[in-house]
Design a protein around this ligand. Structure first.
Ligand SMILES: Cc1cc2nc3c(=O)[nH]c(=O)nc-3n(C[C@H](O)[C@H](O)[C@H](O)COP(=O)(O)OP(=O)(O)OC[C@H]3O[C@@H](n4cnc5c(N)ncnc54)[C@H](O)[C@@H]3O)c2cc1C
Ligand SMILES: NC(=O)c1ccc[n+]([C@@H]2O[C@H](COP(=O)([O-])OP(=O)(O)OC[C@H]3O[C@@H](n4cnc5c(N)ncnc54)[C@H](O)[C@@H]3O)[C@@H](O)[C@H]2O)c1
Length: 493
């Protein structure tokens, strides 16, 4: 494949990394730590989507919205409820300040200090080893790399709905900058898409006072999770005031007498939904175009085509993060970055294969939804036989004390065995609780080991132990208990 091009005899760099998001930062850091000569190229902001448009701003907004909700429902805690008075500009300023506080972790200065050569500009592959950089200062530079890691991420997918250009729309890329210009939250906000982005942002804006309509094409939100989880998510959104419209297919947008309308189809009929702002959150498309992949014949579909070692079409080109998929999560980007980098630098000796078996994720709705391993729908799809143990939080002392009894810990195990196949936790701080199960699964510890571990009273984490205890009760050794009954009868006589 590489025969079409002249391979350089010497290389300027051991490793060139394109993109300084979660994947690219970790990749370049690993290379520099082991003394490889590494260049990291970023066209936009250091830190990529997670810091600037994704995880960080959304989690900061979620916190403000949660406080607003608690003020409004303070009677739950024996306090007088109040309608929160707030300056939206201050909410946005807090988000900007949080980004600024975290920014130094991902900055040019930090990475240069760690030995990475950072270039700010747009990278393009000229041949399989040569990267041309249109630097932000107007200069063009060319570098050759013995290995290349593509970490170009993903961007919001915008469906081709007629009318969008006329009525305008927001995505996670433009939302924060647009909100910074506003004095108040959008009055009528339509969110298109009921995945993690759509759900987290719908709940936050509704809690801050927007009239939010969430339009989802299929019959339930958070459809990557089991139906019992989607039901809690739907209930939680509705409780926050979100007008939830599942089974609604967006057709077009149009202006009707000066009002922006989203036209949706439901049960074969057209329905018009008015909006001031439309936020599109129907998935994220890998960034694959415009930097030479097509010209070099590097294969891609929805994401870059890689083998199990994250190697792309050429033996020295690897990929990590959202561009590689299949999971679009910050911690997956860093997980893959380790494998892509080590394989890129040492692949001639040995290659390592990333595993996604124990990849956890959390959606930061209230209550949170956290997941690791198999859930029921995945187990069914994969033909895995399983038993379910479900412990409800309304039984847990700490959850009762917190007035946070909505949710459960659901564990899948093979019939009769305590091996953990997968766990879904719905509840306050579910993302934190999940870590115990992720560790247990990764290191082959079963429910018996969780049950045998002392958990502090009263904590939410006790729910994990009680779920394990419920499994044990279902599998108690009847023969041994019968024997004990006889022993105690004898001991009394
Ligand atoms: C609203 C929102 C909330 C999210 N919340 C979470 C969460 O809570 N938890 C979680 O785990 N994940 C979350 N995510 C997903 C997470 O942000 C992504 O999975 C993560 O940022 C992917 O990192 P990456 O390095 O693959 O890509 P990116 O962060 O997209 O970085 C890629 C970088 O490459 C640069 N680039 C692209 N092409 C070139 C080129 N040719 N030359 C130079 N530079 C280039 C881009 O400018 C970009 O900065 C969220 C995403 C969004 C949008
Ligand atoms: N907490 C987190 O970890 C977190 C938070 C946000 C985003 N993310 C990551 O970002 C990725 C993208 O998130 P997302 O929510 O944009 O995408 P998604 O693919 O997860 O969900 C998109 C939703 O939009 C629906 N949809 C698609 N087309 C539609 C249309 N035309 N009209 C109405 N609904 C439509 C789909 O049925 C689906 O429910 C996620 O997969 C996740 O990996 C993670």
């Amino acid at each position: 494949m590489t025969k079409r091009w002249q391979k350089p005899k010497k290389f300027d760099r051991n490793l060139i990394v394109i993109g300084a998001g979660s994947a690219g930062l970790v990749s370049s850091l690993i290379g520099a730590t082991i003394n490889a000569k590494v260049t990291l190229i970023e066209a936009g902001k250091m830190g990529g989507d997670c810091l600037n448009y994704g995880c960080v701003p959304s989690k900061a907004l979620i916190k403000s919205a949660k406080i607003a909700e608690q003020m409004q429902h303070a009677d739950r805690y024996g306090l007088t409820p109040v309608t929160p008075q707030f300056d939206f500009k201050a909410v946005i300023k807090r988000i900007e300040d949080i980004i600024k506080t975290i920014e130094p972790h991902d900055s040019v200065e930090r990475f240069e200090g760690l030995g990475v050569d950072v270039m700010q500009g747009y990278a393009r592959l000229r041949d399989p080893w040569t990267v041309e950089i249109a630097r932000n200062d107007g200069e063009t530079q060319t570098l050759t790399g013995k290995a290349i890691v593509l970490a170009t991420g993903a961007r919001p997918f915008v469906p081709p709905l007629p009318g969008l250009e006329e009525t305008g729309y927001l995505t996670s890329d433009t939302l924060w900058e647009e909100m910074a210009k506003r004095d108040a939250v959008p009055e009528k906000l339509i969110v298109l898409g009921g995945g993690p982005i759509g759900c987290e942002l719908s709940q936050s804006f509704a809690r801050l006072g927007s009239q939010v309509t969430l339009v989802e094409m299929v019959d339930r939100v958070m459809n990557i999770e089991d139906t019992d989880v989607s039901e809690v998510a739907a209930q939680s959104l509705t409780n926050s005031g979100v007008d939830l419209r599942c089974n609604h297919k967006a057709l077009r947008t149009e202006m009707q007498s000066g009002t922006k309308m989203l036209i949706v189809e439901q049960d074969g009929k057209e329905v018009s939904l008015p909006f001031d702002d439309l936020l599109i959150a129907v998935g994220r498309a890998a960034r694959l175009e415009g930097f030479g992949l097509e010209e070099l014949g590097i294969k891609f579909g929805r994401t870059l085509e890689t083998d199990k070692h994250l190697q792309a079409t050429f033996p020295h080109i690897y990929a990590a993060g959202d561009v590689a998929g299949p999971y679009q999560l910050t911690h997956n980007a860093s997980h893959q970055a380790w494998f892509a980098t080590v394989n890129a630098l040492f692949g001639r000796f040995k290659k390592f294969k990333p595993s996604y078996e124990f990849l956890p994720w959390t959606t930061f709705l209230d209550p949170e939804i956290a997941h690791v391993g198999l859930n029921e729908q995945q187990a069914r799809n994969e033909g895995v036989t399983y038993e379910v143990t479900k412990y409800h939080l309304d039984d847990l002392d700490r959850a009762i004390a917190e007035s946070a009894t909505q949710g459960f810990v659901k564990v899948l195990t093979p019939p009769g065995k305590d091996k953990i196949l997968g766990v879904t936790i719905v509840g306050q701080n579910a993302g934190e609780l999940l870590t115990e199960f992720t560790l247990a699964m990764k290191h082959g510890l079963g429910l018996g080991k969780i049950m045998g571990t002392i958990h502090t009273y009263p904590t939410m984490a006790e729910a994990n132990k009680f779920a394990a205890g419920d499994w044990r009760k279902k599998h108690k050794p009847e023969w041994a208990l019968k024997l004990l009954e006889r022993y105690f009868r004898w001991a009394r006589s």
